[in-house]
Design a protein around this ligand. Sequence first.
Ligand code: ZN
Length: 82
Amino acid sequence: MSKPTCDCTTAMAQLWDYLDEELTEERYEMVKEHLANCAHCLPHAEFAQGFLSALGRCRHAGQMPEGVRHAVMDALKREGLV
Ligand SMILES: [Zn+2]
C-alpha cells in the first residue's frame, strides 16, 4: 500500500493540530510527509512552529507585550494562518 498523501490545503488545515501533536499517527505522518516534500508549505510550518515556541517562551517569561501580540497576529494573518 502506498503512503497516504495530501494536498496543500489539507496539510495547512491540519498544521496547528500537527504542531500540537494532536493528530492521529496516520494523519501526523501524512502532514509530516507533505511538509518534507512541499516547498510551499514548509515555510508556513516553520513560521508557525517558531510562533508556537515564541509563545511558549513568553508564557515562561511572563506576559507577551500587547504590541508584540498584535504584530504576531498581523503576521499570521498575512501568512493566511488565522
Ligand atoms: Zn504543500
